[in-house]
Design a protein around this ligand. Structure first.
Ligand code: TUI
Length: 312
């Protein structure tokens, strides 16, 4: 199972791991890259020195390509970009903003740039500026979301640009990979499934909450602040929604969210923390190694695609 995307990134399977802040550390990124996918460090709000340490640690575990996700709401965006360039990181993915001003500098230094897009307009704008590929992320995903579903967004982005499109949001198994390929994507990005990888260093409570979740256990908080975030329902999400419904100001709601992802992901506070996860959480039932996850997904996708031949 090889697509042009595999060639572009120098990977074996067209599977990227979401660059999740506080979750996607060097251990997870290296495990995914060693298994033939693209592992990605989530820089989130990390200070640049810490990111540099994570990059060095990935390189201690693997010589394969890997990426860094740059979160455009971080106070350190410019320094993070400098760190990525200085360390010759093979791939940068971006989220929560427009990376237009950094595209050429990254590419001049040999870094591929693959932004997350949540609309056709942004995909077209970035394709015109020369990005290497885009990740079309539907609102089924965990964390910071756009408005469109994966099913609607991916084929519209595929038709609008001439570069590879990677589908994300609501994908966790081989059926999802096959469906994404059917929509014209050249690969997939999985977040929630890889949170439950054995090598993922997130707090065990966080993994267990995903493993126990059902199909209706996520909710979107913060739509009124302009930063809608999908999380698993808990005391924090209920309190957030209560205040949102009571007309709390944007500043109050944003203050309520500060430090909550860290509390859930690192300290294991899954009641008062923000347990970001996608709607596909209900499909994920057990912890497996990154290599087992990738092998299972590729095997399932091949089975699905082969079975279509009997239909037509
Ligand atoms: O970035 C994500 N998902 C995330 S980031 C994150 S970290 C966080 N921590 C605490 C509170 C809130 C978040 C958790 N999940 N996904 C990619 C993504 N990008 N989703 C939406 C967008 C996006 C939105 C607008 C991308 C571009 C964009 O463009 C705006 C513009 O300037 O045109």
């Amino acid at each position: 199972m090889q697509t042009q995307l595999c060639e572009l990134l120098g990977i074996e399977y067209p599977i990227l791991q979401g660059g999740m802040a506080w979750v996607a550390t060097a251990e997870l990124a290296a495990a995914v890259s060693r298994a033939g996918g693209l592992g990605i460090i989530g820089a989130g709000n990390m200070p640049p020195k810490l990111l540099e340490r994570e990059i060095k640690r990935v390189r201690e575990y693997t010589e394969r390509p890997f990426g860094v996700n740059v979160y455009y709401l971080s106070p350190f965006v410019e320094e993070i970009i400098e760190t990525v360039i200085r360390n010759r990181v093979p791939v940068v993915t971006t989220g929560a903003g427009n990376p237009g001003r950094h595209i050429h500098r990254l590419q001049e230094n040999g870094t591929k740039i693959i932004p997350v897009v949540v609309s056709v307009a942004l995909a077209k704008r970035l394709a015109r500026l020369g990005v290497d590929a885009v990740i079309a992320e539907g609102m089924e995903c965990g964390g910071h979301i756009g408005e469109l579903t994966t099913m609607a967004l991916v084929p519209q982005v595929v038709d609008a640009v001439d570069i590879p499109v990677i589908a994300a949001g609501g994908i966790a198994d081989g059926r999802g990979l096959a469906a994404a390929l059917a929509l014209g994507a050249q690969g997939v990005q999985l977040g929630t499934r890889f949170v439950c990888a054995r090598e993922c260093t997130v707090h065990q409570n966080f993994k267990d909450m995903i493993l126990k979740a059902g199909d209706r256990d996520t909710v979107v908080t913060g739509a009124s602040t302009g930063h809608p975030v999908r999380v698993i329902k808990n005391r924090f999400s209920r309190e957030f929604q209560r205040r949102e419904a009571a007309g709390a100001s944007r500043a109050e709601l944003e203050a309520l969210g500060i430090g909550k992802l860290r509390a859930a992901a690192r300290d294991g506070d899954i009641q008062w923390g923000s347990v970001m996860a996608g709607q596909i959480a209900g499909l994920i039932r057990r912890e497996m190694s990154a290599a087992e996850i990738i092998q299972e997904i590729v095997g399932e996708a091949k089975e699905v695609i082969t079975s279509w031949k009997g239909v037509f």
